[in-house]
Unconditional design. Structure first.
Length: 259
């Protein structure tokens, strides 16, 4: 077993447990809803920073026409891609490293789009398994940080895009993020088209992390110690970093095409 395969198997097992635990309880979703307030997209029910403004920005930046093809890479339980597929009348392929997430996403699809317009498959950020030039748009929300090589993941997005297609993704980090995004796009052979700021994203995570800490007993009861401990460690690690956090929606375009 090579290192890459071992890493992927560990990630798949981690996210299988993550999604299975959360899908079995509405409590975590309720905490996300409390942290986001009116911006919470209840039908999407995200376990990410996805709010209504992000969905609307992604829909506008993708510039898809009805009937075109969208890939949601790192789709989790599918809500983001399904919302976009419904809004844009697109065909959706959702991809995630977690077989459990893929099963949950497939079960949710009928609540958004006709069965023929959505399929969910296992795949990784760096190796989706899709053919060259098969989609018109890619969306990737709060997943790129899990790539072992972010330039390789961006190049994979470019490979599966048709010429002129766009990839819309969230990026977050400390100062200098814009320069990093620009350099990685260039290295992957993609054009940086738009960078939209998300000024409220760090504060949302701050509210959510503090809710996790305040409701630690309930988290343990709902999810078990392993999942609750992981969330609490994340909160402890990330809360001090939020003051310097920059959050962006980045739109990259594959060269070629008609516009």
């Amino acid at each position: 077993m090579n290192g890459s395969t071992e890493r992927e198997e560990l990630l798949a097992a981690h996210f299988d447990a993550f999604h299975t635990a959360r899908a079995g309880s509405g409590f975590v979703s309720a905490l996300y809803a409390e942290a986001m307030g009116d911006a919470y997209p209840a039908d999407v029910a995200p376990y990410s920073s996805c709010d209504r403004q992000l969905l609307e920005t992604a829909a506008a930046r993708l510039q898809l026409r009805p009937g075109e093809d969208l890939a949601d890479v790192g789709c989790g339980t599918g809500g983001v891609g399904l919302w976009l597929a419904r809004e844009l009348r697109a065909r959706l392929t959702g991809l995630d490293i977690s077989p459990a997430a893929v099963r949950i996403a497939a079960a949710r699809a009928a609540g958004f789009v006709p069965a023929a317009r959505a399929v969910f498959l296992t795949g990784t950020l760096e190796a989706t398994g899709l053919r060259d030039g098969v989609v018109d748009g890619v969306v990737c929300v709060d997943a790129l940080a899990n790539a072992s090589d972010r330039v390789q993941a961006l190049a994979e997005f470019g490979r599966v895009l048709r010429p002129g297609g766009r990839a819309v993704m969230t990026r977050a980090g400390a100062s200098g993020l814009r320069q990093t995004v620009t350099e990685q796009a260039y290295a992957a052979g993609l054009e940086l088209e738009f960078v939209d700021e998300r000024p409220g994203e760090p504060a949302m995570w701050g509210r959510l992390y503090r809710l996790w800490q305040a409701r630690a007993v309930d988290l343990r009861r709902e999810l078990g110690d392993v999942q609750a401990d992981g969330m609490l460690r994340e909160a402890e690690r990330m809360l001090p970093r939020l003051a310097g956090r920059e959050a962006l929606v980045v739109t990259l375009r594959k060269p070629g095409g008609g516009g």
